[in-house]
Design a protein around this ligand. Structure first.
Ligand SMILES: Nc1ncnc2c1ncn2[C@@H]1O[C@H](COP(=O)(O)OP(=O)(O)OP(=O)(O)O)[C@@H](O)[C@H]1O
Ligand SMILES: Nc1nc2c(ncn2[C@@H]2O[C@H](COP(=O)(O)O)[C@@H](O)[C@H]2O)c(=O)[nH]1
Length: 197
C-alpha cells in the first residue's frame, strides 16, 4: 500500500477525522479515483458542488454538479449556504454546507473533491478535517492527462496548468500526499485513510 505515499507513511490517528478533502491539480485524476472508489463503496458520501461552469457532455445536474447561474451563485454565497467557495480558472465552485453537516451528523464518511483555495477554507473552519493531496507522477504526465481528457480548449488548459503550478507548490500544507500512478492503489489508500476498509 505504501507505494503511492510520498514521504513517510502516516501513522493512523487515534480518532479518525470524518471529513476528508481531496485536492490536487486539474487533470491529476481526482474524479477518476473517486468514481472508482465509490463503485465498490457507495457508502462514501461525496458532496455535490455548485458551479457556474457549463456542463461537459454527459455531466448531469445534481449528479456531477449543481449547475447554477452567476446570480444563483451570488445568492448562495450571500446567504451563507456554502461551506467554502472559490473561483477557479474563470468559474466559481462551492460546497453546499447543509448537506455536508447533515451527513457528518449522521456519522457517515464524507468526501469533498475541491481545489486548493477551498481546502484552505475547510482547514480554517473544520480543524479536524483530513486534507489529502493527489499528486501526478510527473509534470509531463499531468499535462498529458489534462490535454488527453479533451474537455477543455487550449486557453482553458493553459489557465488550469498555471493554477496547477500554485497547487503543486502547496503540497506541504496537506496531511497526506498520494501519488496517482495507479487509480486502483490510490482508491484503496483513500478508503483506508477514511477508515472505510
Ligand atoms: N492513474 C491514472 N493513469 C492514467 N490516466 C489517468 C489516471 N488517473 C486519471 N487518469 C486520466 O486523467 C484524466 C483526468 O482525470 P480526472 O478528470 O479524473 O482529473 P481531475 O483531477 O478530476 O480533474 P479536474 O480537477 O479538472 O476535474 C482522465 O482522462 C483520466 O482518465
Ligand atoms: N473550492 C472548490 N473547488 C471545487 C469545488 N468543486 C470542484 N472544485 C474544483 O474545481 C476544479 C475544476 O473542476 P472541473 O470540474 O471544472 O474540472 C477542480 O480542482 C475541482 O476539484 C468546490 O465545491 N469548491
Amino acid at each position: 500500500m505504501a507505494a503511492t505515499f510520498r514521504g513517510t507513511t502516516p501513522e493512523p490517528p487515534d480518532v479518525r477525522p470524518r471529513l476528508t478533502v481531496l485536492s490536487g491539480p486539474s487533470g491529476v485524476g481526482k474524479s477518476t479515483v473517486v468514481a472508482h472508489m465509490r463503485k465498490e463503496h457507495p457508502e462514501v458520501w461525496l458532496s455535490v458542488s455548485a458551479t457556474t461552469r457549463k456542463p461537459r457532455p454527459g455531466e448531469k445536474h445534481g449528479v456531477h454538479y449543481f449547475f447554477v447561474t452567476d446570480e444563483e451563485m451570488d445568492k448562495l454565497i450571500a446567504n451563507g449556504e456554502l461551506l467554502e467557495w472559490a473561483e477557479f480558472a474563470g468559474n466559481r465552485y462551492g460546497t453546499p454546507r447543509a448537506a455536508v453537516l447533515e451527513r457528518l451528523e449522521a456519522g457517515e464518511p464524507v468526501l469533498l473533491e475541491i481545489d486548493l483555495q477551498g481546502a484552505r477554507q475547510v482547514r480554517e473552519s473544520m480543524a479536524d478535517a483530513q486534507l489529502v493531496f493527489l499528486a501526478p507522477p510527473s509534470w509531463e504526465e499531468l499535462v498529458r492527462r489534462l490535454t488527453g481528457r479533451g474537455t477543455e480548449p487550449p486557453e482553458v488548459i493553459e489557465r488550469r496548468l498555471e493554477a496547477a503550478k500554485i497547487e503543486l507548490a502547496a503540497e506541504p500544507e496537506f496531511d497526506v500526499t498520494l501519488v496517482n500512478t495507479s487509480v486502483e492503489d490510490v482508491a484503496r489508500e483513500l478508503l483506508a485513510l477514511m477508515d472505510v476498509v
